[in-house]
Design a protein around this ligand. Structure first.
Ligand code: TRP
Length: 448
């Protein structure tokens, strides 16, 4: 077997994993979910879910990945001790690969919107009003073309294996996204209405915590950390034996939830500023507007209110969002492509072309019946399948994988871990608590 590529440094891995984690989930998904679930109560439950359930599941993926050095299906088959667990591993692996592909099929649509708003900032500067109207109008043609371009970019990166270059760029550019968001937050806070939004974002109303909120928060946490489908598993497979996995996992979780929190700090107050400027922000039943295009209504109106520099800010913001989406989308496409390359005679280019083409068709079908399919695919994949896959991976790690091998893998790289909390708690935690808690969240949502 050819020797496998590895991340050349710890920072290289953190960049790649953070690049995968940080994306539309943080800046589009988290604020939209917060708005539709009534604000601060959602934020609170989201953080609990991220650290108590998603982080342990992230560790399971990283540890399995580094141990088996392969894609999700091959990895689960590799650690399975007997025939029936190998069949189970194959099933879970294929389910994960399917879900990763379906996630990419809706992700490409939203990322395409980011690109149309990027293009619109240019047509706006040039004064081409018709082009601007087309770019921001919701038409099938616009949606399909922008999604197609985004898919082509994702496929080009995956087939040529230039992720390394992308990661380098994204590390230079992501701090800029942070800077722009912080600057925008400061601007928003000077506007009338912002403080009302800040209260909604930060002061939880515990009575809002309903089954639907809990399950949405869980799905959002799993989505934001790219869990369940083998993305983090395959990134872990490129990690060297020398790394301290629990620490890397904490770093990724902190950076990811931190960026989501900051995005919410921008968007939720901005909604109330927009209300102050005359936009209707509550629906007839009194809840906050929160459709998929929430941020595409709020942000442009914010940029417009800034005067002449608004279009430059818009350009920079949407350019950075497009790049953040690309470092996430490549990590999704890597899941089916790594399986195809390792398990079939296809080479990387062929695998990328075929799989990318199929996912493009999925996306087109979603666009053709947007009203029925878009939310449905998002819920099916992120709210239900990702946590269920998380349960399965925890069960695989805790119950099926030979315990000595598991412990040996955790210890690899830093034997002193035996004295830590992680060593004492985590193995039992993923074995019992994680699956039980995730399943409980499901049952109470189904029961209600
Ligand atoms: N976490 C990314 C985001 O927040 C999206 C993402 C990348 C993802 N890879 C994934 C989501 C795998 C689920 C599964 O935008």
């Amino acid at each position: 077997m050819a020797s496998r590529e590895q991340f050349s440094s710890r920072t290289g891995f953190i960049m790649a994993a953070a690049g995968s984690a940080i994306g539309l989930g943080n800046i589009w998904g988290f604020p939209t979910n917060t708005a539709s679930n009534g604000g601060a109560a959602f934020v609170l439950v989201y953080f609990l879910m991220a650290f108590c359930l998603a982080y342990p599941a992230l560790m399971a993926e990283l540890i399995i990945g580094r141990h088996s050095r392969s894609n999700i299906m091959t990895a689960l088959r590799f650690i399975a001790p007997n025939k029936s667990s190998r069949i189970l591993g194959t099933g879970i692996g294929l389910y994960g690969v399917l879900i990763a592909s379906l996630i990419l099929s809706f992700y490409g649509i939203v990322a395409g919107w980011m690109m149309t708003y990027l293009a619109e900032s240019v047509t706006n500067m040039a004064g081409w009003t018709e082009a601007s109207a087309w770019l921001t109008g919701f038409s099938f043609e616009r949606n399909m073309i922008s999604m197609g371009i985004f898919m082509l970019l994702t496929m080009a990166i995956i087939s040529s294996g230039i992720e390394g270059g992308i990661e380098k760029w994204s590390t230079r550019l992501m701090p800029m996204l942070l800077v722009i968001m912080v600057a925008l937050i400061i601007y928003v806070f000077t506007q009338p209405g912002a403080m009302e939004g800040l209260k909604v974002y930060l002061l939880p109303d515990i009575s809002q915590i309903k089954p639907a909120l809990i399950i949405d928060a869980m799905g959002q946490a799993f989505f934001s950390l790219s869990l369940g489908v083998g993305t983090m598993l395959v990134y872990g497979s490129y990690l060297s034996e020398k790394e301290n996995l629990p620490k890397l996992g904490v770093a990724v979780t902190l950076v990811d939830t931190g960026i989501a929190f900051i995005a919410g700090l921008l968007i939720i107050p901005a909604i109330y500023v927009a209300q102050h400027n005359g936009t209707t922000i509550v629906t007839d039943d009194g809840s906050l507007i929160a459709g998929p295009d929430l941020i595409f209504q709020i942000l442009p109106s914010l940029f417009n209110s800034m005067g002449d520099i608004g279009v430059f800010v818009a350009f920079a913001f949407f350019a950075l969002m497009t790049i953040a989406s690309l470092t996430s989308s490549i990590s999704m496409l890597e899941v089916p492509v790594s399986l195809a390359v390792e398990e079939t005679p296809a080479n990387r280019r062929q695998a990328t072309l075929i799989i990318g083409g199929v996912i493009f068709c999925f996306s087109t079908i979603i666009l053709l019946s947007f009203e029925t399919l878009f939310e449905f695919v998002i819920n099916l994949t992120t709210v239900y399948s990702q946590p269920i896959l998380g349960v399965m991976l925890c069960i695989f790690t805790g119950w099926i994988w030979h315990r000595d091998n598991l412990l040996k893998e955790i210890k690899a790289g830093h034997p002193e871990i035996e004295g830590t909390w992680f060593w004492k708690i985590w193995p039992g935690y993923v074995k019992f608590f994680c699956p039980i808690l995730i399943l409980l969240a499901f049952f109470q949502s189904i029961a209600s």
